[in-house]
Design a protein around this ligand. Structure first.
Ligand code: HEM
Length: 439
């Protein structure tokens, strides 16, 4: 009954899956408690299954934990494939389409500049400043609202609850336990899920409600919400109510979190000083003349990709691949971390080397672009990828153009050596000193 359960790793699973893949092949299956998990460690196989056969590989795992914690039934990333998911996806496709995301460039820029000011005054809180600036951009673009502590707390707490889902829960194997009263000894997990439920609901409802109130009194800035509310105003009764729910759900999930690890490079500064100069800050228009910055973005996403194991897909029909039978309802996970650290494609994969993406001073198209892997595949590919890409550019370029980031100093004023320990489950970017190299 327990099958391969003991081989299914819970700590840094991407490394353990890679060991299994090295031993057994680029596509392997594990079976536990009646469920099959397929682990894919190869970009071409991921494309073959999740893109070319996307009509059957586009669903998601349904789980008791997800339902108990309050993410089930409305969070687009977890909805099963079907018309309800499609309705949510359409909303995001409209607002996050490649051609429309450029309208948020000013917003990215303003918040990146604010970040520089904060980083100079309190460099030790760089990671908090990054969260605040990115949160501020998303809050403004999505809801037309100013970020505040309450929204930051709601989103941070709600998203931290995802750890309980990602780390797997015994409830998914023994769902009848969910019926146990929470005062019983040993039901700590149930209590934690119950704690998060109202927070997750508030994260979804409160900014949407506040944004609609601001629109009603005419004090709202244009945002994805104001455009959505305008559309809903042309609908009637049941249809209007349903669309209101879909827009509310989809937009709250669009407030995703992004991770970036600022790596300051002297060469980046040289390029930025040459192209942008010392009298202004970089803008999106400079991007095509900054191949080194482009390479840093690719290397950052490759080296420290935010989703080392992509969100699992579930196939809705039996399938065969290369002589292997893949039963319906298998959980298909792509080990993006392993693909991004394959020494054949990226020699010295643990090293941060932007130059690997460059040839004769230009981006080398023959090197696999991390963006074709880390945002996922097929019909469930990340709808926020163009938005994320634009903000990564402006943050990375602005930081590298203006700040020197160096290790913190010890009591005797010597730099503390920071060792890279590989990708962690709960990773925190190392930070130290920020100072402006330009007066
Ligand atoms: C560097 C930043 C980001 C990375 C690396 C990333 C990565 C991913 C990945 C791997 C998936 C799963 C794809 C699949 O199932 O094949 C995903 C889904 C998703 N992402 Fe992102 N994402 C990022 C930023 C964003 C942003 C900024 C937004 C919104 C503005 C967003 C919204 C979503 C949504 C809604 C889904 C679920 C799509 C669905 O299930 O249909 N993401 N993302």
């Amino acid at each position: 009954m327990i099958g391969n359960l003991l081989s299914i790793p819970t700590v840094r699973p991407w490394e353990a899956y890679r060991e299994l893949s090295k031993k057994y092949g680029s596509i392997i299956s594990l079976r536990a408690l009646g469920r099959t998990m397929i682990v894919v460690d190869d970009h071409d196989i991921a494309v073959e299954l999740l893109e070319k056969r996307s009509s059957i590989y586009s669903s998601r795992l349904q789980s008791t934990t997800i339902d108990l914690i309050g993410w089930g039934g409305w969070d687009i990333a977890m909805l099963p494939y079907g018309s309800w998911w499609r309705a949510h996806r359409r909303v995001l496709a409209t607002h996050l389409h490649r051609d429309v995301v450029s309208q948020y460039n000013d917003c990215h820029q303003e918040n990146a500049h604010e970040l520089l000011r904060r980083a100079l005054s309190t460099p030790e809180a760089l990671v908090d400043h990054l969260r605040l600036s990115i949160g501020s951009t998303l809050m403004r673009a999505i809801y037309g609202l100013q970020i505040n502590d309450e929204y930051l707390r709601l989103f941070a707490e709600a998203f931290s609850s995802l750890d309980l889902i990602l780390n797997g829960s015994i409830l998914d194997f023994l769902p009848f336990l969910a019926l146990a009263p929470t005062w019983l000894p040993g039901t700590e997990l149930l209590r934690r899920l119950a704690y998060y439920r109202p927070i997750v609901a508030a994260m979804r409802d409160v900014p949407w409600r506040d944004a609609k109130a601001a629109i009603r009194i005419g004090s709202a800035q244009e945002s994805m919400t104001s455009l959505s509310v305008e559309k809903i105003s042309h609908l009637q009764g049941e249809q209007a109510a349903q669309q209101d729910v879909i827009y509310r759900n989809a937009l709250s999930i669009a407030y995703g979190a992004m991770t970036l690890t600022p790596e300051v490079q002297r060469k980046a500064r040289v390029e930025l000083d040459a192209v942008v100069g010392l009298t202004r800050l970089p803008t999106v228009a400079d991007r095509e003349n900054l191949p080194y910055i482009e390479a840093i973005i690719k290397e950052t996403l490759r080296w420290h990709n935010p989703a080392p194991i992509l969100i699992p897909h579930v196939n809705t029909a039996h399938d065969n691949y290369d002589g292997f039978f893949i039963p319906a309802n298998s959980v298909v996970v792509v080990n993006a971390w392993s693909i991004m650290h394959d020494p054949q494609t990226y020699p010295d994969p643990e090293q941060f080397i932007p130059e690997r993406f460059l040839k004769n001073g230009k981006i080398d198209p023959s090197v696999k672009d991390p963006q074709s892997v880390i945002f996922g595949y097929g019909r469930r590919i990340c709808p926020g990828r163009h938005f994320a890409d634009a903000s990564l550019f402006i943050y990375i370029a602005s930081i590298l153009h203006t700040l020197d980031i160096s290790p913190p100093l010890n009591e005797t004023g010597q730099p503390i050596h920071i060792a890279y320990r590989g990708l962690q489950m709960h990773n925190q970017a190392p930070f130290g000193h920020c100072r402006s190299p330009h007066p």
